[in-house]
Design a protein around this ligand. Structure first.
Ligand SMILES: *Cc1c(COP(=O)(O)O)cnc(C)c1O
Length: 372
């Protein structure tokens, strides 16, 4: 059997069946049902954030964030190319123009020192990504945003459960987006959420995700359909019960990997960030080109039925649809994308599998180079 890069967390079968049973009484399957409201309230309490709006997926949540901010079309959004393509697409599909900023060597998040040089009179917002659950430099980014009067939307798809100085990743910027896709640390099968402080957004976002309909005879907005349904919310309510235990298991996997790979020359693993409680969402490994070659390691693992993921490769400003916007000014992100590999990471990954993965990596070491 092959080992995949991830394996979705699921409650016991009976627990989920119990959670959805009453839907056969109510016949209320979507449109802000009881389970939807319950999950929303639990998430607001958990993250100590005034407002959570739930979505059928994280991508549509991101698009909704841009819609509610209502920024002028053609406005520029400074963002990172070292992300899943959804981040960049949400900006572009909202009539805004992604402007790519390089990332930092140490934690792969947007480098605040490189933001100001990219600001023009068209800049309207910053869209950083808490990549792999690493928190961005939220204080520096927020200071720049204030100085230039820019909005900030955090793509926090990877950062559910992460806190910085005791504050949830839900609480930064104007809006933060979580993805609850099956592959994320917390899932609702497919799903997502926007988290924010501004009371004025609540009704607009609720209307926007339901075709812009405000009342039976009132449709003030050109909205889409992005509602979370009751089966998704029920999965979320179940998975949320087990979230803390899942994190403990993930931490164990992380530590096992760390023991095997932590001191190996030619391999760099994630380092803990100051004041951050992590969620162990991913296990990215960066290979130097000298002792290891990323693609060779990937192939060798694949030959052994271990499916790692070149995540993120390529960076989004190298994709066909964004190449024309790239100024080739993100060398750190580019190099990272060519050398990084996400190893299998999920709560129930077995000790012997971790050992096997690490052994194969060690065996993938390049032939010894002869010094001249
Ligand atoms: C998963 C992900 C998304 C999109 O979320 P979906 O729920 O899959 O639509 C956006 N950004 C990042 C960084 C992601 O990893």
């Amino acid at each position: 059997m092959s080992i995949n890069v991830t394996r979705s967390s699921m409650p016991d079968y009976e627990e989920y069946i119990e959670a959805i049973k009453d839907l056969w009484d109510s016949h209320w399957l979507t449109n802000m049902g009881e389970k939807h409201r319950k999950l929303q309230a639990q998430l607001e309490a958990m993250h100590k954030v005034p407002h959570v709006t739930l979505y059928t997926n994280g991508h549509l949540a991101l698009e909704a964030a841009w819609a509610v901010l209502n920024l002028p079309k053609g406005g520029e959004v400074i963002t990172t190319p070292f992300t899943f393509v959804s981040t960049t697409h949400a900006i572009a599909r909202s009539g805004l123009i992604p402007v790519f900023c390089d990332v930092k060597e140490d934690d792969y998040t947007m480098d605040p020192a490189k933001i100001e040089a990219l600001i023009t009179d068209k800049t309207v917002a910053i869209c950083p990504v808490h990549v792999y659950g690493n928190m961005c430099d939220v204080e520096d980014i927020d200071a720049i945003a204030k100085k230039y009067n820019l909005k900030v939307v955090y793509d926090a798809a990877h950062a559910f459960g992460v806190t910085y100085k005791g504050v949830s990743s839900a609480c930064f910027g104007d809006i933060s987006m979580y993805s609850f896709h099956a592959t994320k640390v917390f899932n609702t099968i497919e799903g997502g959420a926007l988290c924010y402080q501004n009371d004025d957004y609540v009704q607009v976002l609720n209307d926007l995700k339901n075709f812009g309909i405000h009342a039976p005879e009132s449709t003030p907005y050109i909205g889409g359909n992005a509602k979370m349904n009751e089966f998704q919310a029920a999965m979320g309510l179940c998975n949320l019960r087990h979230f803390d235990r899942e994190l403990i298991k993930r931490k164990r996997v992380f530590e096992q990997y760390q023991d095997f790979l932590g001191n190996m020359a030619g391999i760099r693993i994630l380092q803990p960030q100051k004041d951050v409680v992590p969620n162990y969402a991913y296990f990215p490994v960066v290979f130097d080109e000298y002792k290891y070659h990323r693609d060779q390691v990937f192939d060798r693992l694949a030959q052994n039925n271990i499916i790692a993921r070149k995540y993120f490769y390529p960076i989004t400003n190298e994709l066909e649809c964004y190449r024309h916007l790239s100024k080739d000014n993100t060398p750190i992100a580019k190099r990272l994308s060519e050398t990084v590999l996400c190893l299998p990471m999920y709560a129930d990954l077995r000790d012997e599998d971790i050992e096997k993965i690490c052994k194969i990596i060690k065996e993938s070491k390049k032939e010894k180079q002869v010094n001249p």
